[in-house]
Design a binder for this molecule. Sequence first.
Ligand SMILES: Cc1ncc(COP(=O)(O)O)c(C=O)c1O
Ligand SMILES: [Zn+2]
Length: 409
Amino acid sequence: VNYFLKCVNCGTVYDPKEIMYTCPKCGPRLGTLEVVINEYPKHSSFDLKSKGIWAFSDLLPIDEDHYEVPLFIGNTPIYEKKALAKKLGLSDLWIKNDGRNPTGSYKDRATAMAITKAKALNFNTIYCASTGNAASSLAGLTAASGMKSIIFVPKTAPEAKITQLLVYGAIVMAVDGTYDEAFDLSTEIGNEFGWYSRNSAINPYLLEGKKTGAMEVVVQLDFKVPDFAIVSVGDGTVVSSIYKGFKDMKTIGLIDKIPKIIGVQAEGANAIVRTFESGHFDRPVDIDAHSIADSIAVGKPRDVLKACKWVKESGGYFVSVTDEEIGKAIIELARETGVFGEPAGAAAYAGLKKLAKDFQGKSAVIFVTGNGLKDIKSAMNFAGRVNYVKPDPKDVKSVLRQIGVIQEG
Ligand SMILES: Cc1ncc(COP(=O)(O)O)c(C=O)c1O
Ligand SMILES: [Zn+2]
């Protein structure tokens, strides 16, 4: 596929053979690059079932004989929830469960692209900084591809995510600092040693892999487009990619509108909300970030400019939710739909709950971007408690009476 790179800030166009990461004029923060595909093929059938994300190969900036990670990525399930939609006053509600990817998060879509690019450029070592999911994804997909990964995570990342890294054989640097610090540290070291970067926003191809999530929704809904698409936001790449996926499908002529994209942040990590509301997208507001939703606990978002511009273009906006609302959303989403999301995954549902009164009669899709088993500690705090019993039916019955499951007598 024929494509070029374009700076999202100054609009300068670059040849992908000359520039790998960001615009030299605008620097890595504002000068993130958009991949612009010259001409899309005209087609309308996509074999999701056997190909996953590679069903969209000719809409991606890759060669025809590109490398594909030998793991099945994408074609994650989408569920229509009629009763829940009715309860919330919506005309329709769909839940896209991306926790079903091979390493349990949306990030596998991006990592697959990074590996395809690294193989084409003859790199064998890839590094990244991550709150945890990009890292576990990189560790898993490099293992499957016979490559090496070097990972920088804040040492506070959930145990399950760090365990994934070690199990897959990554070299792990648990940084005594925030994700934002781990990011800058990784870039410095990665540049010095010449490893390939899978850092959010810096690598323009990650977003292209991520856009397949929105494209899948279009295909799975048989080219029907929801009014709103809701997803949680850390660095801002995923939310931008969802806009791009819908936009590409519109460019090809398969749909005639783009949903309003709604980005959901944690209140203690709402840097993009603040920048968006300031109206000055090229002057990002950075903060100290804190949230139980570790995946979106980002204080210095790297794709802030793109996220603000593209969400605005879609007619959407950003909203923040409290940790309490996120915790409750994990439980409610699981009990209403059977989908167990990690805090950042359930945050999208928390955002929907918050905005439901404005969405009356409209349709929405929410992206659950990470699997609940990745962070059980946060879920446990909101999940209720177990009943401890002796191995004795009498004791069980007494407890069942106490909690009102069976009647006295
Ligand atoms: C589960 C989950 N949801 C949402 C996001 C947000 O993505 P982005 O940082 O691109 O905004 C992440 C990123 O780490 C994630 O892991
Ligand atoms: Zn530029």
